[in-house]
Design a protein around this ligand. Sequence first.
Ligand code: URA
Length: 195
Amino acid sequence: MNEKLIVLREEILKCRKCGLAQSRHHVIFGEGNLCAPIFLIGEAPGREEDLIGRPFVGKSGLLLDKILEACGFTRNEHVFISNVVKCRPPGNRVPTQQQVAVCLPWLLMQIELIDPKIIVLLGATALRYMAGPDYRISRDRGKWISCCGRLAISVYHPAALIRNPQLKRETWEDFKKIVMKYRELVDPHHYSHYL
Ligand code: URA
Protein backbone atom coordinates (compact mmCIF):
# COMPACT_ATOMS: atom_id res chain seq x y z
CA MET A 1 0.00 0.00 0.00
CA ASN A 2 1.30 3.43 -0.92
CA GLU A 3 0.50 5.23 2.38
CA LYS A 4 1.97 8.58 1.35
CA LEU A 5 -0.19 8.61 -1.74
CA ILE A 6 -3.29 8.01 0.34
CA VAL A 7 -2.39 11.03 2.50
CA LEU A 8 -1.70 13.08 -0.65
CA ARG A 9 -5.11 12.04 -2.00
CA GLU A 10 -6.85 13.57 1.02
CA GLU A 11 -5.00 16.86 0.43
CA ILE A 12 -5.74 16.92 -3.29
CA LEU A 13 -9.44 16.26 -2.73
CA LYS A 14 -9.61 19.37 -0.52
CA CYS A 15 -7.70 21.64 -2.93
CA ARG A 16 -9.13 25.12 -3.56
CA LYS A 17 -5.98 26.72 -5.00
CA CYS A 18 -7.60 27.93 -8.24
CA GLY A 19 -10.92 29.14 -9.57
CA LEU A 20 -11.87 25.72 -10.96
CA ALA A 21 -12.76 24.71 -7.39
CA GLN A 22 -15.87 26.91 -7.62
CA SER A 23 -17.53 25.11 -10.51
CA ARG A 24 -16.32 21.53 -10.05
CA HIS A 25 -18.41 18.66 -8.68
CA HIS A 26 -15.41 16.42 -8.01
CA VAL A 27 -11.64 16.70 -7.84
CA ILE A 28 -10.39 13.87 -10.05
CA PHE A 29 -7.43 12.44 -8.20
CA GLY A 30 -6.89 9.70 -10.77
CA GLU A 31 -7.23 5.95 -10.57
CA GLY A 32 -5.40 2.70 -11.10
CA ASN A 33 -2.59 0.79 -9.44
CA LEU A 34 -0.87 3.00 -6.82
CA CYS A 35 2.42 1.31 -7.80
CA ALA A 36 1.66 1.24 -11.53
CA PRO A 37 4.53 0.71 -13.97
CA ILE A 38 2.75 2.95 -16.51
CA PHE A 39 1.46 6.45 -15.69
CA LEU A 40 -1.02 7.90 -18.22
CA ILE A 41 -1.53 11.67 -18.21
CA GLY A 42 -4.48 13.36 -19.93
CA GLU A 43 -5.47 17.02 -20.15
CA ALA A 44 -8.33 17.71 -17.75
CA PRO A 45 -11.54 16.06 -16.59
CA GLY A 46 -14.56 16.57 -18.85
CA ARG A 47 -18.25 16.72 -17.97
CA GLU A 48 -18.75 13.02 -17.24
CA GLU A 49 -15.53 12.79 -15.25
CA ASP A 50 -16.54 15.82 -13.19
CA LEU A 51 -19.96 14.33 -12.42
CA ILE A 52 -18.71 10.81 -11.65
CA GLY A 53 -15.35 11.60 -10.04
CA ARG A 54 -13.20 9.27 -12.16
CA PRO A 55 -10.80 10.01 -15.05
CA PHE A 56 -11.62 9.08 -18.64
CA VAL A 57 -15.14 7.74 -18.23
CA GLY A 58 -16.76 9.53 -21.19
CA LYS A 59 -16.37 8.74 -24.90
CA SER A 60 -12.60 9.28 -24.80
CA GLY A 61 -12.36 6.94 -21.83
CA LEU A 62 -14.22 4.16 -23.62
CA LEU A 63 -11.78 4.40 -26.49
CA LEU A 64 -8.82 4.53 -24.11
CA ASP A 65 -10.10 1.37 -22.40
CA LYS A 66 -10.31 -0.40 -25.77
CA ILE A 67 -6.73 0.57 -26.58
CA LEU A 68 -5.49 -0.56 -23.16
CA GLU A 69 -7.35 -3.85 -23.54
CA ALA A 70 -5.76 -4.45 -26.94
CA CYS A 71 -2.38 -3.92 -25.28
CA GLY A 72 -3.24 -6.42 -22.53
CA PHE A 73 -3.27 -3.62 -19.93
CA THR A 74 -5.94 -3.06 -17.28
CA ARG A 75 -6.68 0.05 -15.22
CA ASN A 76 -6.30 -1.91 -11.99
CA GLU A 77 -3.01 -3.63 -12.62
CA HIS A 78 -0.83 -1.92 -15.20
CA VAL A 79 -1.63 1.77 -15.19
CA PHE A 80 -2.45 4.82 -13.15
CA ILE A 81 -4.46 7.50 -15.00
CA SER A 82 -4.52 11.17 -14.09
CA ASN A 83 -4.59 14.58 -15.74
CA VAL A 84 -2.54 17.78 -15.97
CA VAL A 85 -5.32 19.51 -14.01
CA LYS A 86 -7.61 17.73 -11.54
CA CYS A 87 -10.79 19.80 -11.89
CA ARG A 88 -12.93 20.39 -14.96
CA PRO A 89 -12.45 23.69 -16.78
CA PRO A 90 -16.01 24.91 -17.51
CA GLY A 91 -17.07 24.24 -21.09
CA ASN A 92 -14.25 21.68 -21.40
CA ARG A 93 -11.85 24.48 -22.30
CA VAL A 94 -8.12 23.79 -22.40
CA PRO A 95 -6.79 24.65 -18.91
CA THR A 96 -5.04 28.01 -18.70
CA GLN A 97 -1.31 28.28 -17.98
CA GLN A 98 -2.16 29.67 -14.55
CA GLN A 99 -4.48 26.77 -13.71
CA VAL A 100 -1.82 24.30 -14.82
CA ALA A 101 0.89 26.08 -12.84
CA VAL A 102 -1.19 25.78 -9.67
CA CYS A 103 -2.22 22.15 -10.20
CA LEU A 104 0.90 20.57 -11.70
CA PRO A 105 2.76 20.12 -8.38
CA TRP A 106 0.06 17.62 -7.35
CA LEU A 107 0.72 15.55 -10.45
CA LEU A 108 4.48 15.71 -9.94
CA MET A 109 4.04 14.41 -6.38
CA GLN A 110 1.82 11.59 -7.64
CA ILE A 111 4.47 10.61 -10.18
CA GLU A 112 7.21 10.55 -7.53
CA LEU A 113 5.15 8.38 -5.18
CA ILE A 114 3.89 5.95 -7.82
CA ASP A 115 7.36 5.81 -9.40
CA PRO A 116 6.34 4.51 -12.84
CA LYS A 117 8.77 3.05 -15.37
CA ILE A 118 6.95 4.61 -18.32
CA ILE A 119 4.96 7.85 -18.63
CA VAL A 120 2.44 8.14 -21.46
CA LEU A 121 1.39 11.69 -22.36
CA LEU A 122 -2.08 11.70 -23.88
CA GLY A 123 -2.29 14.62 -26.29
CA ALA A 124 -0.83 18.05 -26.87
CA THR A 125 -1.59 19.62 -23.49
CA ALA A 126 0.08 16.84 -21.50
CA LEU A 127 3.04 16.91 -23.90
CA ARG A 128 3.43 20.68 -23.66
CA TYR A 129 3.28 20.94 -19.89
CA MET A 130 5.12 17.74 -19.01
CA ALA A 131 7.87 17.74 -21.66
CA GLY A 132 8.13 21.41 -22.69
CA PRO A 133 6.58 24.01 -25.02
CA ASP A 134 8.82 23.17 -27.98
CA TYR A 135 7.33 19.72 -28.46
CA ARG A 136 4.60 19.18 -31.07
CA ILE A 137 2.27 16.21 -30.82
CA SER A 138 2.05 15.68 -34.62
CA ARG A 139 5.85 15.69 -34.94
CA ASP A 140 6.98 14.11 -31.67
CA ARG A 141 4.35 11.47 -30.85
CA GLY A 142 5.71 7.95 -30.71
CA LYS A 143 9.22 9.12 -29.76
CA TRP A 144 10.84 8.19 -26.46
CA ILE A 145 11.60 11.39 -24.56
CA SER A 146 12.44 12.42 -21.01
CA CYS A 147 9.84 13.82 -18.65
CA CYS A 148 10.52 14.47 -14.94
CA GLY A 149 13.76 12.54 -15.49
CA ARG A 150 11.75 9.49 -16.55
CA LEU A 151 11.11 7.65 -19.78
CA ALA A 152 8.07 9.06 -21.55
CA ILE A 153 6.25 8.88 -24.85
CA SER A 154 3.41 10.98 -26.23
CA VAL A 155 0.47 9.73 -28.25
CA TYR A 156 -2.60 11.42 -29.72
CA HIS A 157 -5.34 12.11 -27.19
CA PRO A 158 -8.28 9.67 -27.54
CA ALA A 159 -10.57 12.66 -28.26
CA ALA A 160 -8.38 13.47 -31.29
CA LEU A 161 -8.84 9.89 -32.50
CA ILE A 162 -12.61 10.26 -32.22
CA ARG A 163 -12.49 13.53 -34.21
CA ASN A 164 -10.09 12.10 -36.77
CA PRO A 165 -10.17 8.26 -36.98
CA GLN A 166 -7.30 8.29 -39.49
CA LEU A 167 -4.97 8.95 -36.58
CA LYS A 168 -5.81 5.55 -35.07
CA ARG A 169 -3.31 3.72 -37.26
CA GLU A 170 -0.31 5.76 -36.07
CA THR A 171 -1.58 5.60 -32.51
CA TRP A 172 -1.66 1.83 -32.63
CA GLU A 173 1.98 1.86 -33.77
CA ASP A 174 2.79 4.07 -30.77
CA PHE A 175 1.03 1.75 -28.34
CA LYS A 176 2.90 -1.22 -29.83
CA LYS A 177 6.11 0.57 -28.81
CA ILE A 178 4.72 0.97 -25.30
CA VAL A 179 3.93 -2.76 -25.05
CA MET A 180 7.45 -3.63 -26.30
CA LYS A 181 9.01 -1.28 -23.76
CA TYR A 182 6.82 -2.72 -21.01
CA ARG A 183 8.10 -6.21 -21.90
CA GLU A 184 11.67 -4.92 -21.89
CA LEU A 185 11.45 -3.04 -18.57
CA VAL A 186 8.73 -4.72 -16.54
CA ASP A 187 7.49 -8.12 -17.69
CA PRO A 188 9.03 -10.05 -20.61
CA HIS A 189 6.05 -12.45 -20.52
CA HIS A 190 3.38 -9.75 -20.76
CA TYR A 191 0.52 -11.12 -22.86
CA SER A 192 -1.43 -9.15 -25.39
CA HIS A 193 -3.85 -10.93 -27.69
CA TYR A 194 -2.93 -8.67 -30.60
CA LEU A 195 0.82 -8.18 -30.21
N1 URA B 1 -10.02 13.90 -21.26
C1 URA B 1 -8.95 14.04 -20.49
O1 URA B 1 -7.94 14.57 -20.90
N2 URA B 1 -8.99 13.57 -19.26
C2 URA B 1 -10.06 12.95 -18.76
O2 URA B 1 -10.03 12.53 -17.62
C3 URA B 1 -11.17 12.82 -19.61
C4 URA B 1 -11.14 13.30 -20.85
